[in-house]
Unconditional design. Structure first.
Length: 294
């Protein structure tokens, strides 16, 4: 059995074999039963997803083999981590499982989706937002919530529009902004959460892939996305972790190329994927840790 996994970027559509493969052990923090809690929300970057053509190949049937920046943060701070992210999640599908997804619930272009084929870090029914509200109501002592969402809305648009989302760009940007505001407002009001929320910004994807419309994902395009998300977050007492700036700083001595800098997944046929490597996840983790209130 194979599944087309296009999380984060549907245009890659990498076939994923379920044969035995080497795995990367999950980071485990030595935390006590009373350690502070951390709820991580988002898409494949938060999940810790790696493309099927990375070396060693990932074991999709074992969610513990995927380590993202939330696990790094938990290990560094001694916090329990609940990672509810889903590869391919859009801001829209985060709210409503029937909304367009980029591989979490479904692919707009067909094919089996991640959630119906492989386990997540946290098993739950319904949309990610519903889970977050229920979790926060049950765990009001939660120390931190992080959210990284929005880029998959553009990637789904790229694969389903004739002009690869060029004319739809502003409309999608506005919809993501509205959805992020809805997500954060619901977490605050329905989730009754008064603790710290950190929005994690994206890094540019254009150097790591051959998207049909790379201008959507270069420095300017990603800055527009990050700015829209950050602006939507302002009314909800949210801190921003500047992932874009952190990646640019880490790649400064590699010609500004995150692939050369080792921040992206390494592909067996050469070059890089678009997801963070262990080093890239560590860079994002540090960006979050810098703004966390202890």
């Amino acid at each position: 059995m194979t599944v087309a996994v296009g999380v984060l970027v549907a245009v890659l559509m990498v076939p994923v074999a379920l044969s035995p493969a080497a795995t990367v052990p999950a980071a485990e923090a030595a935390v006590s039963a009373h350690a502070a809690g951390y709820l991580a929300l988002g898409d494949s970057i938060t999940f810790g997803f790696r493309e099927g053509s990375t070396v060693p190949p990932p074991t999709y049937t074992d969610a513990r083999s995927f380590v993202g920046y939330p696990e790094d943060i938990g290990a560094a701070l001694g916090w329990r981590v609940v990672n509810a992210a889903c590869p391919g999640e859009t801001a829209a599908s985060f709210i409503d499982v029937q909304a367009p997804s980029n591989g979490c619930e479904r692919f707009a272009t067909g094919g089996s989706a991640y959630r119906s084929s492989f386990p997540l870090h946290v098993k739950h029914r319904g949309p990610q937002l519903q889970y977050a509200v229920g979790y926060l109501r049950a765990h009001p002592e939660t120390k931190l919530v992080s959210l990284m969402i929005g880029v998959n809305d553009f990637l789904a648009c790229v694969t389903t529009t004739a002009d690869h989302c060029a004319s739809e760009h502003d409309e999608v940007l506005g919809k993501v902004s509205d959805d992020v505001a809805h997500i954060l407002g619901t977490i605050r009001k329905s989730g009754r959460y008064t603790g710290q929320i950190v929005v994690v910004n994206y890094y540019p994807l254009h150097r790591a892939n051959s998207l049909n419309n790379a201008t959507l994902f270069d420095n300017t395009g990603v800055t527009q996305l990050n700015t829209a998300v950050d602006h939507a977050a302002i009314p909800y007492d949210v801190t921003v972790a500047h992932g874009q700036d952190a990646f640019e700083s880490a790649a400064l001595h590699s010609g500004g190329d995150p692939c050369v800098a080792g921040l992206l997944t390494q592909l067996k046929d050469g070059g890089c994927g678009i997801h963070p490597s262990a080093a890239g996840q560590a860079v994002l983790a540090l960006a979050v840790e810098r703004v966390v209130r202890h």
